[in-house]
Design a protein around this ligand. Structure first.
Ligand code: XLS
Ligand code: NI
Ligand code: NI
Length: 439
């Protein structure tokens, strides 16, 4: 497996002092961190779409990416991409991948042709998985690119489109099952609206719930045990995506009796588009028991769309791994790089350099988060901040022993309240010091 990126050797760990762009500075796969190998904390996955099929085209310009398989088309191209994907993952030591049905095989003229293409490619992928030990973190379907999905898929006003999307998801669950996928993702695609003037929001939401019930019933029927994940996103491509953020999705899942079957796939750039921090979304999922997996990328704070950049922000990576550790790990989920190289970073080695940057950032984030937790830096501060709830009137409140009358009677005699400082700047400075010093 040294055909497409033959000028690049296996990427090794050289340590923080290394200046070699093609070496890890922090990601040391076998290193033990709080009783577990680094690679098992992080469970990195390659995104097939950005990495293998991303062309660099944008609304203002055409493809820029120089790829060793650029002269191929159709099934030959799909075939070459399988080989290239597994070569890239093996060289980077990435043990998982994620895919949409259309990333791995061309769509074709009909649904039948598309399914035939998939039937040809899936065994090739299976073969490569066997050869390399690389596994499938999750599969999904692309029910948003084709013009038939311009008004949505499960939330289309047209019932034939609903049926078409169902047929696609059925097939995508089938192949994810065959590839032993550990999860299956539902990202909202075009499930949302552009204007309320033409939209029956109530029917669209009911239909989305019907669709998800059918999906979980089908998975049960075929014995697919992977975790179902919903990936919240507030906008883009529609003005308002129904799966806006974690709390919105939770409300939806609870209303439609789906809460026991779905967890969240939290994407950093989607969190920021929703006006939240990445950590906010992770934390909301964690405390509700639905933190399933992570699309590790980052946006550009000056741009209002999903730029899907490789994650290099150490602060966000630290707080992400802090949530993952507090969650007791992320398995069977992982950290999928839903990230693409910038349009101008168009050489094949840019792919490797970008993955290394992302993997090193999260490896270092893991080390910092582990140290923060071991030293109970934030835990002890927070515990102390809420100490008024461990005795007296506060304990009565949390034990359910207080009511408005008892609280009235208490506070009328104790109305001189004294508050402590929140010490935000002190805590930010402490976190910074952990970031500087963790090794
Ligand atoms: C788009 C989403 C998409 C999902 C997979 O914004 O991030 O890439 O992760 O369909
Ligand atoms: Ni996204
Ligand atoms: Ni994503």
């Amino acid at each position: 497996m040294n055909k497409y990126f033959s000028n690049i050797d296996k990427i090794t760990f050289e340590g923080a002092k290394s200046m070699n762009p093609l070496a890890f500075k922090y990601y040391d796969a076998e290193r033990m961190v709080s009783g577990k190998k680094m690679k098992d904390h992080l469970r990195f996955a390659m995104s097939y779409w950005h990495t293998m099929t991303g062309s660099g085209a944008d609304p203002f310009g055409m493809a820029t990416m120089e790829r060793p398989y650029n002269d191929l088309t159709g099934m030959k191209l799909a075939n070459a991409r399988v080989d290239a994907a597994f070569e890239l993952m093996s060289k980077l030591g990435i043990e998982y991948f994620c895919f949409h049905d259309f990333d791995i095989a061309p769509e074709g003229e009909s649904l039948q042709e598309k399914n035939n293409n998939l039937e040809y490619i899936v065994p090739l992928i299976k073969e490569k998985m066997k050869e390399t030990g690389i596994k499938c973190l999750w599969g999904t379907t692309n029910a948003f690119s084709n013009p038939r999905f311009m008004h949505g898929a499960a939330t289309s006003p047209n019932a034939d489109v609903f049926a078409y999307a169902a047929a696609q998801v059925k097939k995508a669950i089938d192949i994810t099952h065959r590839l032993c996928g550990e999860n299956y993702v539902f990202w909202g695609g075009r499930e949302g609206y552009d204007t309320l003037l033409n939209t029956d929001v109530e029917l669209e939401n009911d239909n989305l719930a019907r669709f998800l019930h059918m999906a979980k019933d089908y998975a049960n029927k075929i014995g697919f045990k992977g975790q179902f994940l919903i990936e919240p996103k507030p906008k883009e491509p529609t003005k308002h995506q129904y799966d806006f953020d974690t709390m919105t999705v939770l409300g939806f899942l609870r209303k439609y009796d789906l809460i026991n079957y779905f967890k969240m796939n939290i994407e950093a750039n989607h969190a920021t588009l929703a006006g939240h921090t990445f950590q906010h979304e992770l934390l909301m999922s964690r405390i509700n028991g639905v933190l399933g997996s992570i699309d590790a990328n980052q946006g550009d704070m000056l741009l209002g769309w999903d730029t899907d950049q490789f994650p290099t922000n150490i602060y966000d990576a630290t707080m992400c791994m802090y949530e993952v550790l507090k969650n007791g790990g992320i398995a069977p989920g992982g950290l999928n790089f839903d990230s693409k190289v910038r349009r101008g970073s168009n050489k094949p080695d840019d792919l490797f350099i970008s993955y290394i940057a992302g993997m090193d950032t999260f490896a270092k984030g893991l080390l910092v988060a582990d140290k923060l937790l071991t030293d109970r830096v934030l835990e002890d501060f927070i515990k102390n901040r809420y100490k008024s709830y461990s005795n007296g009137i506060g304990k009565d409140i949390v034990d359910g022993k207080a009511d408005f009358e008892s609280l009235y009677n208490y506070i009328i005699l104790n109305d001189q309240v004294s508050l402590d400082s929140g010490r935000q700047e002190m805590l930010e400075d402490i976190v910074n010091r952990y970031i500087y010093s963790a090794e």
